[in-house]
Ligand binder design. Structure first.
Ligand code: MSP
Length: 500
Protein backbone atom coordinates (compact mmCIF):
# COMPACT_ATOMS: atom_id res chain seq x y z
CA UNK A 1 0.00 0.00 0.00
CA UNK A 2 1.46 3.35 -1.06
CA UNK A 3 1.54 6.16 1.47
CA UNK A 4 0.23 9.53 0.37
CA UNK A 5 0.87 12.58 2.53
CA UNK A 6 -0.70 15.80 1.31
CA UNK A 7 -0.92 19.18 3.01
CA UNK A 8 -2.73 22.49 2.53
CA UNK A 9 -1.12 25.70 3.73
CA UNK A 10 -2.08 26.49 7.30
CA UNK A 11 -4.30 29.55 7.23
CA UNK A 12 -3.70 32.76 9.16
CA UNK A 13 -6.27 33.34 11.86
CA UNK A 14 -6.33 37.12 11.49
CA UNK A 15 -9.71 36.80 9.77
CA UNK A 16 -12.40 34.42 8.57
CA UNK A 17 -12.01 31.84 5.77
CA UNK A 18 -12.96 32.90 2.23
CA UNK A 19 -13.57 31.04 -1.00
CA UNK A 20 -9.89 31.40 -2.01
CA UNK A 21 -8.93 29.28 1.01
CA UNK A 22 -11.76 26.88 0.25
CA UNK A 23 -10.41 26.42 -3.26
CA UNK A 24 -7.09 25.01 -1.98
CA UNK A 25 -8.71 22.94 0.72
CA UNK A 26 -11.38 21.42 -1.51
CA UNK A 27 -8.74 20.54 -4.10
CA UNK A 28 -6.64 18.88 -1.41
CA UNK A 29 -9.65 16.99 -0.08
CA UNK A 30 -10.73 15.71 -3.49
CA UNK A 31 -7.21 14.57 -4.40
CA UNK A 32 -6.95 12.73 -1.07
CA UNK A 33 -10.34 11.11 -1.61
CA UNK A 34 -9.14 9.90 -4.99
CA UNK A 35 -6.05 8.36 -3.39
CA UNK A 36 -8.19 6.64 -0.77
CA UNK A 37 -10.18 5.08 -3.63
CA UNK A 38 -6.87 3.83 -5.02
CA UNK A 39 -6.30 2.13 -1.67
CA UNK A 40 -3.43 4.41 -0.66
CA UNK A 41 -2.61 5.07 2.96
CA UNK A 42 -3.51 8.78 3.13
CA UNK A 43 -2.52 11.50 5.57
CA UNK A 44 -4.35 14.73 4.77
CA UNK A 45 -3.23 17.66 6.90
CA UNK A 46 -4.67 21.15 7.22
CA UNK A 47 -4.74 23.67 10.03
CA UNK A 48 -4.17 27.24 11.16
CA UNK A 49 -1.12 29.48 11.43
CA UNK A 50 -1.57 31.39 14.68
CA UNK A 51 1.64 33.20 15.66
CA UNK A 52 3.37 36.22 14.16
CA UNK A 53 2.92 39.95 13.83
CA UNK A 54 -0.03 39.82 11.47
CA UNK A 55 -2.14 37.75 13.87
CA UNK A 56 -1.05 39.70 16.92
CA UNK A 57 -1.83 43.05 15.24
CA UNK A 58 -5.28 41.78 14.28
CA UNK A 59 -5.90 40.73 17.88
CA UNK A 60 -4.75 44.10 19.14
CA UNK A 61 -7.08 45.90 16.74
CA UNK A 62 -9.95 43.88 18.18
CA UNK A 63 -8.77 44.37 21.74
CA UNK A 64 -8.41 40.65 22.46
CA UNK A 65 -5.51 38.38 23.36
CA UNK A 66 -4.03 36.75 20.24
CA UNK A 67 -4.77 33.32 21.65
CA UNK A 68 -8.44 34.19 21.94
CA UNK A 69 -8.54 35.45 18.37
CA UNK A 70 -6.74 32.29 17.26
CA UNK A 71 -9.20 30.07 19.14
CA UNK A 72 -12.15 31.87 17.61
CA UNK A 73 -10.96 32.02 14.05
CA UNK A 74 -9.40 28.58 13.98
CA UNK A 75 -12.87 27.33 14.86
CA UNK A 76 -14.33 29.24 11.91
CA UNK A 77 -11.93 27.47 9.55
CA UNK A 78 -12.91 24.14 11.04
CA UNK A 79 -16.60 24.98 10.67
CA UNK A 80 -16.11 26.03 7.04
CA UNK A 81 -14.30 22.77 6.30
CA UNK A 82 -17.01 20.75 8.02
CA UNK A 83 -19.66 22.44 5.91
CA UNK A 84 -17.69 21.52 2.78
CA UNK A 85 -17.21 17.87 3.86
CA UNK A 86 -13.45 18.21 4.11
CA UNK A 87 -12.23 14.86 5.42
CA UNK A 88 -8.89 15.92 6.87
CA UNK A 89 -6.96 13.42 8.99
CA UNK A 90 -5.36 16.07 11.18
CA UNK A 91 -6.01 19.74 11.87
CA UNK A 92 -2.92 21.36 13.31
CA UNK A 93 -2.78 24.64 15.19
CA UNK A 94 0.65 26.19 15.58
CA UNK A 95 -0.11 27.29 19.17
CA UNK A 96 -0.48 23.65 20.23
CA UNK A 97 2.22 22.31 22.54
CA UNK A 98 3.01 19.42 20.18
CA UNK A 99 3.97 21.97 17.56
CA UNK A 100 5.97 24.34 19.78
CA UNK A 101 8.08 21.40 20.91
CA UNK A 102 8.71 20.20 17.37
CA UNK A 103 9.67 23.71 16.19
CA UNK A 104 12.14 24.11 19.03
CA UNK A 105 13.70 20.73 18.32
CA UNK A 106 13.94 21.58 14.61
CA UNK A 107 15.52 25.01 15.29
CA UNK A 108 18.00 23.50 17.71
CA UNK A 109 19.21 20.95 15.16
CA UNK A 110 19.83 23.68 12.57
CA UNK A 111 21.52 25.87 15.20
CA UNK A 112 23.73 23.00 16.31
CA UNK A 113 24.65 22.36 12.68
CA UNK A 114 25.90 25.95 12.48
CA UNK A 115 23.37 27.34 10.01
CA UNK A 116 21.71 29.82 12.38
CA UNK A 117 23.91 32.74 13.43
CA UNK A 118 23.52 36.23 14.90
CA UNK A 119 23.68 39.24 12.57
CA UNK A 120 22.28 42.72 11.87
CA UNK A 121 19.85 43.32 9.06
CA UNK A 122 18.14 46.28 7.51
CA UNK A 123 15.38 45.77 5.00
CA UNK A 124 11.94 46.62 3.65
CA UNK A 125 9.30 44.61 5.46
CA UNK A 126 5.68 43.91 4.54
CA UNK A 127 3.68 42.92 7.61
CA UNK A 128 0.86 41.42 5.52
CA UNK A 129 3.39 39.02 3.92
CA UNK A 130 5.53 38.78 7.03
CA UNK A 131 8.53 39.01 4.71
CA UNK A 132 11.29 41.32 3.51
CA UNK A 133 11.53 42.61 -0.06
CA UNK A 134 14.41 44.08 -2.01
CA UNK A 135 13.81 47.56 -3.51
CA UNK A 136 13.51 46.20 -7.05
CA UNK A 137 10.81 43.72 -6.04
CA UNK A 138 8.48 46.55 -5.00
CA UNK A 139 5.76 47.82 -7.32
CA UNK A 140 5.49 51.62 -7.18
CA UNK A 141 7.30 51.44 -3.86
CA UNK A 142 4.67 49.09 -2.42
CA UNK A 143 4.50 45.39 -1.57
CA UNK A 144 4.09 43.44 -4.86
CA UNK A 145 1.42 41.19 -3.30
CA UNK A 146 -0.61 43.56 -1.16
CA UNK A 147 0.05 46.89 -2.83
CA UNK A 148 0.62 48.41 0.59
CA UNK A 149 3.60 50.43 1.88
CA UNK A 150 6.54 48.52 3.32
CA UNK A 151 8.52 49.56 6.42
CA UNK A 152 12.25 50.01 6.74
CA UNK A 153 13.30 47.76 9.64
CA UNK A 154 16.69 47.33 11.27
CA UNK A 155 17.03 44.26 13.41
CA UNK A 156 19.74 42.49 15.26
CA UNK A 157 18.57 39.01 14.80
CA UNK A 158 19.26 35.38 14.28
CA UNK A 159 19.84 34.50 10.65
CA UNK A 160 19.43 31.31 8.73
CA UNK A 161 22.35 30.91 6.33
CA UNK A 162 20.18 30.36 3.27
CA UNK A 163 23.02 31.60 1.04
CA UNK A 164 24.92 28.39 1.77
CA UNK A 165 22.17 26.36 0.11
CA UNK A 166 22.03 27.98 -3.30
CA UNK A 167 23.99 25.29 -5.13
CA UNK A 168 22.46 22.42 -3.20
CA UNK A 169 18.99 23.66 -4.08
CA UNK A 170 19.88 24.00 -7.75
CA UNK A 171 21.35 20.50 -7.75
CA UNK A 172 18.25 19.21 -6.02
CA UNK A 173 15.86 20.73 -8.57
CA UNK A 174 18.06 19.52 -11.40
CA UNK A 175 17.84 15.95 -10.07
CA UNK A 176 14.08 16.22 -9.30
CA UNK A 177 12.36 17.86 -12.26
CA UNK A 178 8.89 17.31 -10.74
CA UNK A 179 9.68 18.81 -7.35
CA UNK A 180 7.75 21.96 -8.27
CA UNK A 181 4.70 21.93 -10.54
CA UNK A 182 3.52 23.30 -12.91
CA UNK A 183 6.75 23.85 -14.94
CA UNK A 184 6.21 27.63 -15.18
CA UNK A 185 6.41 27.81 -11.40
CA UNK A 186 9.47 25.59 -11.35
CA UNK A 187 11.19 28.02 -13.71
CA UNK A 188 10.21 30.90 -11.47
CA UNK A 189 11.76 29.12 -8.48
CA UNK A 190 14.97 28.34 -10.40
CA UNK A 191 15.19 31.96 -11.55
CA UNK A 192 14.83 33.18 -7.99
CA UNK A 193 17.56 30.85 -6.72
CA UNK A 194 19.93 31.75 -9.56
CA UNK A 195 19.63 35.47 -8.73
CA UNK A 196 21.45 34.65 -5.50
CA UNK A 197 20.04 33.82 -2.10
CA UNK A 198 20.49 36.16 0.85
CA UNK A 199 20.50 34.90 4.43
CA UNK A 200 17.14 35.31 6.13
CA UNK A 201 16.31 36.77 9.49
CA UNK A 202 14.45 34.09 11.41
CA UNK A 203 13.81 35.66 14.79
CA UNK A 204 11.99 38.66 16.25
CA UNK A 205 12.56 40.38 19.57
CA UNK A 206 10.13 43.30 19.09
CA UNK A 207 7.12 41.19 20.10
CA UNK A 208 6.65 37.88 21.84
CA UNK A 209 3.74 36.17 20.05
CA UNK A 210 5.71 33.19 18.77
CA UNK A 211 7.83 30.18 19.64
CA UNK A 212 10.88 31.20 21.74
CA UNK A 213 14.27 30.22 20.35
CA UNK A 214 15.55 27.46 22.65
CA UNK A 215 19.02 29.04 23.00
CA UNK A 216 17.80 32.69 23.21
CA UNK A 217 14.28 32.94 24.64
CA UNK A 218 14.30 36.75 24.30
CA UNK A 219 13.62 36.06 20.60
CA UNK A 220 10.67 34.29 19.04
CA UNK A 221 10.92 32.45 15.76
CA UNK A 222 9.88 34.32 12.60
CA UNK A 223 6.37 33.15 11.81
CA UNK A 224 7.38 31.28 8.63
CA UNK A 225 10.10 29.42 10.47
CA UNK A 226 7.49 28.25 12.90
CA UNK A 227 4.72 27.68 10.32
CA UNK A 228 6.51 25.53 7.76
CA UNK A 229 7.55 22.84 10.27
CA UNK A 230 3.84 22.13 10.95
CA UNK A 231 4.23 19.57 8.18
CA UNK A 232 6.86 17.81 10.29
CA UNK A 233 4.96 18.01 13.58
CA UNK A 234 1.92 16.24 12.16
CA UNK A 235 4.12 13.49 10.72
CA UNK A 236 5.53 12.71 14.18
CA UNK A 237 8.84 14.60 14.00
CA UNK A 238 10.78 14.06 17.23
CA UNK A 239 7.87 12.32 18.96
CA UNK A 240 7.34 9.14 16.98
CA UNK A 241 10.26 8.09 14.81
CA UNK A 242 8.45 5.15 13.24
CA UNK A 243 5.51 7.33 12.23
CA UNK A 244 7.84 10.00 10.95
CA UNK A 245 9.84 7.52 8.86
CA UNK A 246 6.57 6.32 7.35
CA UNK A 247 5.16 9.72 6.34
CA UNK A 248 8.17 11.90 5.63
CA UNK A 249 8.88 13.34 3.08
CA UNK A 250 5.46 14.78 2.31
CA UNK A 251 4.19 13.84 -1.15
CA UNK A 252 2.47 17.15 -1.93
CA UNK A 253 2.38 20.58 -0.42
CA UNK A 254 -0.47 22.45 -2.13
CA UNK A 255 0.25 26.17 -2.08
CA UNK A 256 -0.90 29.38 -3.72
CA UNK A 257 1.60 31.10 -5.98
CA UNK A 258 2.08 33.86 -3.40
CA UNK A 259 3.68 31.44 -0.95
CA UNK A 260 5.67 29.40 -3.45
CA UNK A 261 9.03 30.91 -2.51
CA UNK A 262 8.60 29.93 1.13
CA UNK A 263 7.75 26.36 0.23
CA UNK A 264 10.06 25.76 -2.71
CA UNK A 265 13.17 27.68 -1.65
CA UNK A 266 13.28 28.37 2.08
CA UNK A 267 11.62 25.16 3.21
CA UNK A 268 13.78 22.66 1.28
CA UNK A 269 16.88 24.53 2.49
CA UNK A 270 15.65 24.46 6.10
CA UNK A 271 15.03 20.73 5.79
CA UNK A 272 18.45 20.14 4.27
CA UNK A 273 19.99 22.11 7.14
CA UNK A 274 18.19 19.81 9.58
CA UNK A 275 19.31 16.71 7.71
CA UNK A 276 15.83 15.92 6.36
CA UNK A 277 14.53 15.26 2.86
CA UNK A 278 12.67 18.04 1.01
CA UNK A 279 9.01 17.41 0.08
CA UNK A 280 8.49 15.30 -3.02
CA UNK A 281 6.42 17.99 -4.75
CA UNK A 282 5.28 21.54 -4.17
CA UNK A 283 2.19 22.09 -6.31
CA UNK A 284 1.43 25.74 -6.85
CA UNK A 285 -1.97 27.01 -7.89
CA UNK A 286 -3.22 30.37 -9.04
CA UNK A 287 -5.67 32.71 -7.39
CA UNK A 288 -9.40 32.93 -7.47
CA UNK A 289 -10.12 36.43 -8.64
CA UNK A 290 -13.21 38.55 -8.15
CA UNK A 291 -13.56 41.01 -11.01
CA UNK A 292 -9.89 40.47 -11.82
CA UNK A 293 -8.60 41.02 -8.27
CA UNK A 294 -7.31 38.47 -5.78
CA UNK A 295 -9.92 37.62 -3.19
CA UNK A 296 -8.31 38.60 0.06
CA UNK A 297 -8.82 39.84 3.55
CA UNK A 298 -6.84 42.95 2.73
CA UNK A 299 -9.00 43.88 -0.28
CA UNK A 300 -12.35 43.19 1.38
CA UNK A 301 -13.74 41.33 -1.60
CA UNK A 302 -14.09 37.99 0.09
CA UNK A 303 -16.90 35.52 -0.36
CA UNK A 304 -17.53 33.27 2.63
CA UNK A 305 -17.58 29.55 1.76
CA UNK A 306 -20.56 29.14 4.11
CA UNK A 307 -22.67 31.49 1.97
CA UNK A 308 -22.10 29.40 -1.14
CA UNK A 309 -22.78 26.16 0.73
CA UNK A 310 -26.03 27.62 2.12
CA UNK A 311 -27.07 28.56 -1.40
CA UNK A 312 -25.79 25.68 -3.55
CA UNK A 313 -25.00 22.89 -1.08
CA UNK A 314 -21.62 21.38 -0.35
CA UNK A 315 -21.34 19.13 -3.42
CA UNK A 316 -22.14 21.84 -5.96
CA UNK A 317 -19.76 24.30 -4.29
CA UNK A 318 -16.99 21.73 -4.30
CA UNK A 319 -17.72 20.81 -7.90
CA UNK A 320 -17.58 24.41 -9.04
CA UNK A 321 -14.26 25.13 -7.34
CA UNK A 322 -12.73 21.97 -8.78
CA UNK A 323 -14.15 22.24 -12.27
CA UNK A 324 -14.07 25.94 -13.03
CA UNK A 325 -10.40 26.74 -12.49
CA UNK A 326 -7.52 24.84 -14.08
CA UNK A 327 -5.09 24.06 -11.26
CA UNK A 328 -2.07 26.28 -11.70
CA UNK A 329 -3.82 29.18 -13.43
CA UNK A 330 -5.80 32.08 -12.02
CA UNK A 331 -9.55 31.87 -12.41
CA UNK A 332 -12.37 34.33 -12.05
CA UNK A 333 -15.07 33.52 -9.57
CA UNK A 334 -18.54 34.61 -10.57
CA UNK A 335 -21.96 33.73 -9.30
CA UNK A 336 -23.38 33.67 -12.86
CA UNK A 337 -20.73 31.18 -14.00
CA UNK A 338 -21.49 29.04 -10.97
CA UNK A 339 -25.22 28.93 -11.77
CA UNK A 340 -24.52 28.18 -15.44
CA UNK A 341 -22.17 25.32 -14.66
CA UNK A 342 -24.48 23.95 -12.00
CA UNK A 343 -27.36 23.82 -14.47
CA UNK A 344 -25.29 22.38 -17.32
CA UNK A 345 -23.16 19.77 -15.56
CA UNK A 346 -25.06 18.84 -12.43
CA UNK A 347 -28.76 19.44 -13.13
CA UNK A 348 -28.83 18.64 -16.86
CA UNK A 349 -26.09 16.08 -17.39
CA UNK A 350 -25.79 14.08 -14.19
CA UNK A 351 -29.18 14.81 -12.63
CA UNK A 352 -31.05 14.14 -15.87
CA UNK A 353 -29.27 10.88 -16.55
CA UNK A 354 -30.20 9.56 -13.13
CA UNK A 355 -33.82 10.67 -13.27
CA UNK A 356 -34.31 9.37 -16.80
CA UNK A 357 -32.79 6.01 -15.97
CA UNK A 358 -34.79 5.65 -12.76
CA UNK A 359 -38.03 6.65 -14.51
CA UNK A 360 -37.59 4.19 -17.38
CA UNK A 361 -36.54 1.37 -15.05
CA UNK A 362 -39.70 2.09 -13.01
CA UNK A 363 -42.02 2.03 -16.02
CA UNK A 364 -40.38 -0.52 -18.32
CA UNK A 365 -38.43 -2.83 -15.98
CA UNK A 366 -40.83 -2.99 -12.99
CA UNK A 367 -38.40 -0.92 -10.92
CA UNK A 368 -35.69 -3.58 -10.99
CA UNK A 369 -32.38 -2.69 -12.64
CA UNK A 370 -31.19 -5.13 -15.34
CA UNK A 371 -27.50 -6.10 -15.61
CA UNK A 372 -25.25 -4.44 -18.25
CA UNK A 373 -24.09 -6.17 -21.43
CA UNK A 374 -20.44 -7.21 -21.48
CA UNK A 375 -20.23 -5.99 -25.11
CA UNK A 376 -21.95 -2.66 -24.53
CA UNK A 377 -20.69 0.23 -26.67
CA UNK A 378 -20.32 2.12 -23.39
CA UNK A 379 -17.78 -0.41 -22.05
CA UNK A 380 -14.86 0.95 -24.07
CA UNK A 381 -15.92 4.53 -23.30
CA UNK A 382 -15.87 3.69 -19.59
CA UNK A 383 -12.33 2.29 -19.88
CA UNK A 384 -11.10 5.44 -21.64
CA UNK A 385 -12.91 7.64 -19.15
CA UNK A 386 -11.30 5.84 -16.22
CA UNK A 387 -7.82 6.26 -17.70
CA UNK A 388 -8.36 9.97 -18.38
CA UNK A 389 -9.94 10.58 -14.97
CA UNK A 390 -7.06 8.83 -13.20
CA UNK A 391 -4.60 10.85 -15.24
CA UNK A 392 -6.29 14.14 -14.29
CA UNK A 393 -6.31 13.41 -10.55
CA UNK A 394 -2.78 12.02 -10.78
CA UNK A 395 -1.53 15.26 -12.34
CA UNK A 396 -3.45 17.27 -9.74
CA UNK A 397 -5.68 18.85 -12.35
CA UNK A 398 -9.20 18.20 -11.02
CA UNK A 399 -10.84 20.11 -13.89
CA UNK A 400 -9.37 17.60 -16.37
CA UNK A 401 -10.39 14.66 -14.19
CA UNK A 402 -13.98 15.87 -13.94
CA UNK A 403 -14.21 16.73 -17.60
CA UNK A 404 -13.13 13.17 -18.35
CA UNK A 405 -15.70 11.66 -15.98
CA UNK A 406 -18.47 13.83 -17.46
CA UNK A 407 -17.77 12.31 -20.86
CA UNK A 408 -19.24 9.04 -19.60
CA UNK A 409 -22.37 10.89 -18.45
CA UNK A 410 -22.77 12.55 -21.84
CA UNK A 411 -22.22 9.30 -23.72
CA UNK A 412 -24.69 7.46 -21.50
CA UNK A 413 -27.28 10.17 -22.19
CA UNK A 414 -26.52 9.92 -25.91
CA UNK A 415 -26.85 6.13 -25.72
CA UNK A 416 -30.35 6.54 -24.30
CA UNK A 417 -31.31 9.07 -26.96
CA UNK A 418 -30.02 6.82 -29.74
CA UNK A 419 -32.00 3.83 -28.48
CA UNK A 420 -35.12 5.62 -27.17
CA UNK A 421 -36.05 2.94 -24.63
CA UNK A 422 -38.99 5.11 -23.51
CA UNK A 423 -40.68 4.37 -26.85
CA UNK A 424 -40.06 0.59 -26.81
CA UNK A 425 -42.12 -2.19 -25.27
CA UNK A 426 -40.65 -3.77 -22.13
CA UNK A 427 -38.36 -6.66 -22.99
CA UNK A 428 -34.78 -7.67 -23.72
CA UNK A 429 -33.91 -4.67 -25.88
CA UNK A 430 -34.98 -2.15 -23.22
CA UNK A 431 -33.30 -4.19 -20.48
CA UNK A 432 -30.03 -4.17 -22.39
CA UNK A 433 -29.99 -0.40 -22.84
CA UNK A 434 -31.00 0.23 -19.23
CA UNK A 435 -28.44 -2.19 -17.83
CA UNK A 436 -25.74 -0.30 -19.71
CA UNK A 437 -26.97 3.06 -18.43
CA UNK A 438 -27.14 1.80 -14.84
CA UNK A 439 -23.60 0.49 -15.10
CA UNK A 440 -22.39 3.83 -16.48
CA UNK A 441 -24.05 5.57 -13.53
CA UNK A 442 -22.42 3.16 -11.09
CA UNK A 443 -18.97 3.94 -12.52
CA UNK A 444 -19.72 7.68 -12.57
CA UNK A 445 -20.72 7.50 -8.90
CA UNK A 446 -17.31 6.06 -8.00
CA UNK A 447 -15.29 8.39 -10.24
CA UNK A 448 -17.18 11.54 -9.22
CA UNK A 449 -17.18 10.73 -5.51
CA UNK A 450 -14.01 12.71 -4.69
CA UNK A 451 -15.79 15.84 -5.92
CA UNK A 452 -19.40 15.04 -4.99
CA UNK A 453 -19.33 12.77 -1.94
CA UNK A 454 -23.05 13.20 -1.11
CA UNK A 455 -24.47 12.94 -4.61
CA UNK A 456 -22.25 9.94 -5.37
CA UNK A 457 -23.51 8.13 -2.27
CA UNK A 458 -27.07 9.05 -3.21
CA UNK A 459 -26.74 7.70 -6.76
CA UNK A 460 -25.20 4.52 -5.36
CA UNK A 461 -28.09 4.01 -2.95
CA UNK A 462 -30.73 4.76 -5.59
CA UNK A 463 -29.20 2.12 -7.88
CA UNK A 464 -29.85 -0.35 -5.04
CA UNK A 465 -26.13 -1.01 -4.51
CA UNK A 466 -24.95 -2.04 -1.05
CA UNK A 467 -22.30 -0.01 0.82
CA UNK A 468 -21.16 3.30 -0.66
CA UNK A 469 -18.71 4.66 -3.25
CA UNK A 470 -16.07 5.42 -0.61
CA UNK A 471 -15.79 1.69 0.16
CA UNK A 472 -14.88 0.95 -3.46
CA UNK A 473 -11.34 0.33 -4.68
CA UNK A 474 -9.93 1.39 -8.00
CA UNK A 475 -9.21 0.27 -10.64
CA UNK A 476 -11.50 -2.75 -9.96
CA UNK A 477 -14.55 -0.58 -9.19
CA UNK A 478 -14.28 1.16 -12.56
CA UNK A 479 -14.17 -2.08 -14.55
CA UNK A 480 -17.21 -2.58 -16.78
CA UNK A 481 -19.73 -5.14 -15.47
CA UNK A 482 -19.86 -4.34 -11.76
CA UNK A 483 -23.59 -3.61 -11.62
CA UNK A 484 -25.08 -7.01 -10.80
CA UNK A 485 -28.65 -6.31 -11.93
CA UNK A 486 -31.72 -7.47 -10.04
CA UNK A 487 -31.57 -4.52 -7.65
CA UNK A 488 -34.45 -2.15 -6.85
CA UNK A 489 -33.90 1.27 -8.44
CA UNK A 490 -35.35 4.29 -6.67
CA UNK A 491 -36.70 7.32 -8.48
CA UNK A 492 -36.56 9.92 -5.73
CA UNK A 493 -36.48 13.68 -6.08
CA UNK A 494 -34.12 15.50 -8.50
CA UNK A 495 -30.50 15.11 -7.44
CA UNK A 496 -29.66 18.71 -8.45
CA UNK A 497 -32.84 20.74 -9.02
CA UNK A 498 -32.43 23.24 -11.87
CA UNK A 499 -31.75 26.82 -10.83
CA UNK A 500 -33.09 30.00 -12.35
N1 MSP B 1 -0.14 31.20 6.88
C1 MSP B 1 0.42 31.27 5.58
C2 MSP B 1 0.74 29.89 5.04
C3 MSP B 1 1.68 29.09 5.90
S1 MSP B 1 1.93 27.50 5.24
C4 MSP B 1 3.15 26.85 6.18
C5 MSP B 1 -0.57 31.95 4.62
N2 MSP B 1 -1.83 31.98 5.02
S2 MSP B 1 -3.03 32.68 4.21
O1 MSP B 1 -4.20 32.44 5.00
O2 MSP B 1 -2.71 34.04 3.92
O3 MSP B 1 -3.11 31.98 2.82
C6 MSP B 1 -3.17 30.59 2.74
C7 MSP B 1 -3.38 30.10 1.33
O4 MSP B 1 -4.58 30.60 0.79
C8 MSP B 1 -2.27 30.49 0.36
O5 MSP B 1 -1.89 29.33 -0.38
C9 MSP B 1 -2.92 31.46 -0.57
O6 MSP B 1 -2.42 31.36 -1.87
C10 MSP B 1 -4.35 30.95 -0.53
N3 MSP B 1 -5.24 31.98 -0.98
C11 MSP B 1 -5.51 33.17 -0.37
N4 MSP B 1 -6.32 33.88 -1.20
C12 MSP B 1 -6.55 33.19 -2.33
C13 MSP B 1 -7.30 33.39 -3.47
N5 MSP B 1 -7.99 34.47 -3.67
N6 MSP B 1 -7.33 32.38 -4.38
C14 MSP B 1 -6.68 31.19 -4.19
N7 MSP B 1 -5.96 30.99 -3.13
C15 MSP B 1 -5.83 31.99 -2.21
O7 MSP B 1 -0.16 32.41 3.58
Amino acid sequence: MAKFYLTTPIYYVNDAPHVGHAYTTVTADAVCRWHRLLGDDVLFLTGTDEYGLKNSQAAEAQGVHPQLLADRNSERFRAAWDSLDIAYDDFIRTTEARHGNAVQAFLQVIYDNGDIERDTYQGLYCVACEAYYTPDELVDGNCPIHGRPVQLLTEENWFFRLSRYQQRLLDYFEAHPDAVIPPTRRNEVLGFIRQGLADISISRSSFDWGVPLPWDPAHVAWVWFDALPNYLTAAGYRTDSERFAHWWPADYHLVGKDILRFHAVYWPAMLMAAGLDPPRCVASHGWLLVSGEKMSKTRLNQIAPGDLVADFGSDATRYHLLREVTFGSDGDFSYEAMVARYNADLANNLGNLLSRVATIVATKCAGVGPPPRPQSPLASVAAEVYAATADGWGRLVPSDALEATWRLIREANAHLEANEPWKAEPGTAVDAVMGDALEALRIVAVLASPALPHAAADVWRRLGLPGSPVDQRLPAAAAWGGYPGGLPVEKGTPLFPRRK
